[in-house]
Design a protein around this ligand. Structure first.
Ligand code: PFF
Length: 454
């Protein structure tokens, strides 16, 4: 336990954890589900979900990692009696991380393809009405998808091979400032567009008639995905955190940054959408079809498009790094592999499972075949199972374990270490209330929704 690597600085942990949280979920998914759920009120509900459920579970996860200095399976094992089924929650986390990573790389690959499309001038040479069909071409092209998946997997493996300090922390210290700089440039640019006012109104004026109960549950489910909780990533990063750091302070910082990025991403995208009179409710195609179709009509369109898709790529990369680290830390801790062997092994496994996802837009078995037989292609199945079943199940397991099973003295001490004494008691009481009551009830509501009861 004493030899376990630790983050060199608090900033290193905060940026790595923020890098994990800030991903495709913030820039691709959050804006499009906000658009589909009518804006204003959905955003407000999302903020409540993050503050009331997401951040408390995030703190619980970091606590489990830090208290045990273990990856997910070992963390649950060392805090429960022998042979206890709680270990399965840790195992589920590892499985979820692998499942998500396998298809996450395909979407990250699309970002790289778009950077290239923009840089070579092909995007700007396309008439706006034809831009959406560029995505159709990419989606259906197996070779292009596999090539990008390979590049992306290699980039992720390369960082993880470097280890916690020289790989993950160093990459975060370089990539995250670059990410924030790019985001600021893009939002300042969007602020000059005529559609900015309409975007503000759309995002921040609540209109109750536009939000359905299903939208509320979608906000809740997305808050988990966005904060990277319930799949062991934050637990694993927490296992490298020094006891001198405060869990409430660092997790509140990470949760706030993640949420701010999601909101700013909306402020980048919606002014562009509204300036060109496009539909806010375009769905998943918002970022890969509507946005490029609008960008090609702007002065310096190629530049904005390169910056935007590079931003998306950076976000995806730092998230994928954390997902692979879950698997690799598991291999090191549980199977006693070296970092090198564990990284290459799990990198290869995830890559193999990613290939069918890369082929999912095509005519073959993994795409059209499965789609026609089961209603979903391989990519959609992986996303569906991970997001709708594994994630809520993992979140439920973590919140019940920490809130109801852990011995109070141990939990209080593990939560409080590194936090100024004057704040400890109140923060602890508030956190525990949310984790005990609100989190499980909210997650059970997600399940009832998934199985169609509510
Ligand atoms: N939080 C990431 C996003 O919003 O895109 C997704 C993610 C990354 C989930 C890492 C889980 C994780 F471990």
């Amino acid at each position: 336990m004493q030899n376990r690597a630790q983050w060199q600085s608090r900033l290193g942990f905060v940026l790595a954890a923020t890098g994990s949280a800030v991903g495709l979920g913030n820039i691709w998914k959050f804006p499009y589900i906000t658009g589909m759920n009518g804006g204003g009120l959905f955003v407000l509900v999302y903020l409540f979900c993050i503050a009331g459920v997401g951040i408390p579970i995030l703190a619980a996860e970091v606590l489990l990692g830090r208290a045990t200095a273990q990856s997910p399976v070992g963390a649950f094992r060392s805090l429960s009696r022998e042979g206890s089924p709680w270990v399965l929650v840790g195992g589920l986390g590892v499985l979820t991380a692998g499942t998500i990573l396998s298809y996450y790389g395909v979407v990250a690959g699309w970002c790289l393809d778009y950077v290239l499309l923009s840089a070579t001038g092909r995007l700007t040479a396309t008439a706006p009405d034809d831009v959406p069909s560029l995505f159709g071409e990419l989606y259906a092209d197996p070779a292009r998808n596999v090539v990008w998946l390979t590049v992306f997997t290699a980039a992720t493996v390369w960082v993880i091979l470097g280890g916690v300090r020289k790989g993950v922390e160093r990459a975060s210290l370089i990539l995250m400032p670059l990410f924030f700089l790019t985001l600021v440039i893009l939002v300042v640019h969007s602020g000059t567009l005529p559609g900015f006012g309409e975007a503000l109104d759309f995002l921040f004026t609540p209109r109750p008639e536009n939000l359905s109960p299903a939208g509320v549950l979608e906000a809740l489910g997305h808050s988990f995905f966005s904060l990277s909780v319930a799949m062991g990533a934050m637990l694993t990063y927490g296992s490298y955190l020094s006891k001198k750091e405060s869990i409430p302070v660092t997790t509140l910082t990470v949760g706030t940054l993640d949420t701010l990025v999601a909101l700013v991403a909306c402020l980048v995208l919606f002014p562009i959408i509204f300036t060109f009179g496009m539909e806010a409710s375009a769905g998943p195609g918002l970022v890969f079809m509507s946005i490029p179709a609008a960008l090609v009509q702007l002065p310096l369109g190629a530049l904005w498009s390169i910056l935007f898709f590079a931003l998306l790529f950076l976000a995806a990369w730092t998230s994928a790094i954390s997902l692979l680290e879950v698997l690799v830390a598991y291999g090191i801790d549980e199977w006693k592999l070296s970092r090198k062997v564990s990284t290459l092994l799990f990198g290869a496994i995830v890559y193999l499972f990613g290939i069918p996802s890369a082929l999912s837009g095509g005519e073959g078995f993994f795409g059209k075949g499965l789609q026609e037989a089961t209603g979903r292609n391989w990519f959609d199945w992986f996303d569906y199972v991970a997001s709708n079943w594994f994630l809520p199940l993992g979140g439920l397991g973590i919140s019940i374990f920490v809130a109801w099973k852990l011995e109070d003295g141990l939990r209080r001490a593990a939560f409080g270490e590194g936090t100024p004494e004057a704040w400890q008691a109140r923060l602890y009481a508030g956190w525990l209330m949310l984790l005990r009551y609100l989190a499980p009830v909210a997650i059970v509501a997600i399940f009832l929704h998934v199985i169609g009861v509510i």
